[in-house]
Design a protein around this ligand. Structure first.
Ligand SMILES: Nc1nc2c(ncn2[C@@H]2O[C@H](COP(=O)(O)OP(=O)(O)OP(=O)(O)O)[C@@H](O)[C@H]2O)c(=O)[nH]1
Ligand SMILES: [Mg+2]
Length: 298
């Protein structure tokens, strides 16, 4: 084995925090790819997603987790159990919040869970590009220290501030270990998953209130042509009125969603794509164990 492989470092890093603080944005910034969907709405991410950063001497496997909320629906319970999952067998825990909302009761609750664990933990405050005064950062630092965090980083995931320092610290904490995944893998998920997520992201961007949360997307079929791929996907909603809104007057809304999704899927597949979307009603799917499984929320 070469010297380099002998000293190779690898490990898992969980990114945990309340909804909308920039967990997915941070993982994407580290990977230099838009792997995980990000939107201005809370609770965008629904399942743990691995993002794998492989460089010459290390492999960092990030785990992007869903925001942590009180269970209101079965789907949220699933999200919480995936947080518990994210605390298992990892080398580093990142607790993340942002300058705009820190500190809330949720920050406190999530921190308590994290601080109880013996795993090395880093507190990260995101969106410092939005901080109006230096003093805000000082106050946040003080609160985090009182809570028990020893290492605190101030960053902006979207403006790429403070990321290099955070990354060096993460790598320093990783043990010597061979890579867990092939060096050219960027995630543990397949194309079907990413296509579903892209469609879901466009629904989050274009529709308001409860509708994005009542929506699930499944890709039913792929047909890979030489020049163009065809993808058939279902959008599930909970009621007839939601279906009407997603389709929109004269189909305007569904067309908007389709065109925006086609653009991103084309980039992902590096090929032209034609997307066929069907809107279907599945009453109360968020509360049904069997349907959650069927939609991939294990
Ligand atoms: N100004 C600013 N906005 C940011 C920054 N990082 C993330 N955002 C924005 O914050 C919003 C939420 O980001 P996400 O990455 O989706 O947050 P999340 O924590 O993954 O959210 P959930 O998956 O819903 O729990 C998006 O609109 C991002 O563009 C940042 O450094 N600065
Ligand atoms: Mg997210």
């Amino acid at each position: 084995m070469s010297e380099e492989l002998n000293n190779f470092k690898a490990g898992f890093v969980s990114i945990i925090g309340k909804p909308n603080v920039g967990k997915s944005s941070l993982m994407n910034a580290f990977l230099g790819e838009k792997l995980s969907i990000t939107t201005p709405k809370p609770q965008t991410t629904r399942q743990n997603l691995l993002g794998i950063l492989s460089e010459d001497a290390h492999q960092v496997v990030f785990i992007d987790t869903p925001g942590f909320l009180k269970p209101r629906y079965l789907l949220q319970e699933k999200m919480q159990s995936s947080i518990a999952e994210a605390l298992k067998d990892v080398e580093v825990l990142i607790f993340i919040s942002d300058v705009e909302t820190f500190p809330t009761n949720y920050d406190r609750a999530v921190s308590e869970i994290i601080l109880k664990s013996k795993i090395p933990k880093l507190a990260v405050i995101n969106k410092i590009d939005l901080a109006k005064k230096e003093k805000i950062l000082k106050d946040i630092q003080q609160t985090l220290e009182v809570w028990g965090f020893k290492e605190i980083f101030f960053i902006s995931a979207t403006e790429c501030i403070g990321l290099a320092e955070l990354k060096s610290r993460i790598i320093a904490l990783l043990p010597v270990h061979p890579p867990y995944y092939p060096m050219d893998n960027i995630s543990d998920r397949n194309m079907r998953f990413f296509v579903q997520e892209i469609i879901r992201e466009k629904i989050f961007y274009n529709l308001q209130q409860e509708i994005p949360y009542s929506t699930a997307v499944t890709v039913e079929m792929f047909e890979e042509g030489e020049e163009r791929s065809e993808v058939w996907a279902n959008i599930f909603v909970e009621s007839r009125s939601q279906k009407k809104i997603i389709i929109g007057t004269n189909g305007e809304m569904i067309k908007k969603i389709r065109l925006a999704a086609e653009r991103d899927i084309k980039y992902l597949m590096q090929k032209k794509v034609r997307l066929h979307l069907w809107v279907k009603i599945r009453k109360n799917w968020r509360k049904k164990e069997r349907v959650l499984k069927e939609f991939g929320y294990k």
